[in-house]
Design a protein around this ligand. Sequence first.
Ligand SMILES: Nc1ncnc2c1ncn2[C@@H]1O[C@H](COP(=O)(O)OP(=O)(O)O)[C@@H](O)[C@H]1O
Ligand SMILES: O=P(O)(O)O[C@H]1O[C@H](CO)[C@@H](O[C@H]2O[C@H](CO)[C@@H](O)[C@H](O)[C@H]2O)[C@H](O)[C@H]1O
Length: 510
Amino acid sequence: MPEAPLSRGAHHPPTAVPREQPPPTATRTTAAAGPPGLLTSLAPLLAEWLPRQRWFAGKGRPVTGFALVSATELLPWRASGGTPGLLHLLVRAQQPEPPGHRHGFGCGHRRGAAASDCYQLLLGARPALPPPLAPALIGRPSGGPLDGQTVYEALADPRLTTLLLERLRTPGRLGPLRFVREPSSAIPSALAPRVMTAEQSNSSVVYGDTFILKLFRRVSPGTNPDLELPLALARTSCARVPAPAAWFEAEPPAEGAGPRPEPFTLGLLQPFLAGSRDGWQLALDALAAGGGFTDAARALGHATAEVHLAMARALPISVLRRPQIEHLAAAMSERLDSAAAAVPALQPYRTALHGAYEDLAALGRAGRTWAAQRIHGDLHLGQALLTGGGGGGGGQWSLIDFEGEPSRPLAERRRPQPPVRDIAGMLRSFDYAAAVGRPAHPQEWADRTRAAYCAGYAEASGTDPRDEPELLRAHETDKAVYEVLYEARHRPDWLSVPMTAIHRLAATRG
Ligand SMILES: Nc1ncnc2c1ncn2[C@@H]1O[C@H](COP(=O)(O)OP(=O)(O)O)[C@@H](O)[C@H]1O
Ligand SMILES: O=P(O)(O)O[C@H]1O[C@H](CO)[C@@H](O[C@H]2O[C@H](CO)[C@@H](O)[C@H](O)[C@H]2O)[C@H](O)[C@H]1O
């Protein structure tokens, strides 16, 4: 195993590295980076802790090994004195591929039927944990440079999250990590941190109700669209998206003779929209009060159109012709087959659902073309925040989380796509709200809300998504199939929500 020093800031004195210890479990480890013994001592702890995290994407499959991509000491730990240390790790978790899986994700590593996703971990290290940090415990490594320390989730420790903000305030490099700050952004120091407890695919820390730092958990080479798109939008006059204030990324080492992988986007600091409420909560509140959501939906349609128009101005656009439309339909078909292999409840609907994709391909063969552009990629009510107003059409809608669907490969998420994909996502969300909020007539509520949203979109963009029913239906079907897989993996109790839509979509081929 090659020995590599732990990356550290030039101002930190070196930490003594104990000798390599034998692996305490059978979990396989490969450490091309980091000091001897670090990964082998952490592996058994991570094998137990990682799969329990909400953001761990490989649920239901065993972790068979770990490989260290990079290890950076953001703050050195000391054997005495109680000063916490902060260790930044990029670790690949090796797992067998899920059934029906066709696309790789993560660091792009596969071995036969095995795949590995790369995760960003921030580990605190102290000799012992004070009681408020007890729930953040990961474990006590035996051997390696952290021998004798208690290792824990660093985001739970305000001293360490404060340090992260300090790093972002000061542009520069630390080992493979690069910290960047928008020159125009003023980031005060000493903003009190608090970790978000929301259901998330990543982890976020709010600083003094002024900024929010999103730490991407499953990372892959290439700029994350959640940084790329808000940055591009900030350079237009579009005020619907919080502008990036600072971010950080990693430049991983070259692997073998191949080219050096692109930098991994790791964290993004944006203004926090204090006092905002997300569309999902607002819709459920409206439903609980027996009220409609049409004014809010119309305004949200406006906001979506404005963001689409700004992205089309700021970023490359293209035209989908026959080959691209056939490819799009084939990709949707493949996703359906792959989801049906994983969730058997989809099987009886396959033929009817494929029909929606065939209708799309047939239009492409008949010479129809569609415009494609960069889009949000995973638009739903939870990604829309309303600031001010009472939810009845007042206030300002903003859109957040431009990462796209987390399970899709990054290159695919960064491709221009028909904007109707986002509209289909939001329409599906109205359906979810109606299913969860249970009004007296759920379908009528969803139909009214979707009509208002489409009308708002048409008013602001000049394009009514309902004028392209085949395109819209194919995208709604694709989204519902994605949701079936998402719910089966993350919230099995909710599976019936997208399955009801699957049933309806399969029965209503135009
Ligand atoms: N700029 C912001 N202002 C206020 N709240 C925000 C902001 N960005 C995100 N949030 C809150 O944090 C939650 C998670 O953010 P999101 O970007 O969707 O993370 P993830 O991709 O991990 O799901 C959102 O649902 C929202 O409630
Ligand atoms: O917000 P994320 O980027 O983590 O998106 C993922 O999780 C969403 C759930 O939190 C999921 O959205 C689905 O459930 C929503 C209600 O909770 C509903 O409004 C959406 O329409 C539905 O798709 C999203 O699909 C997933 O990528």
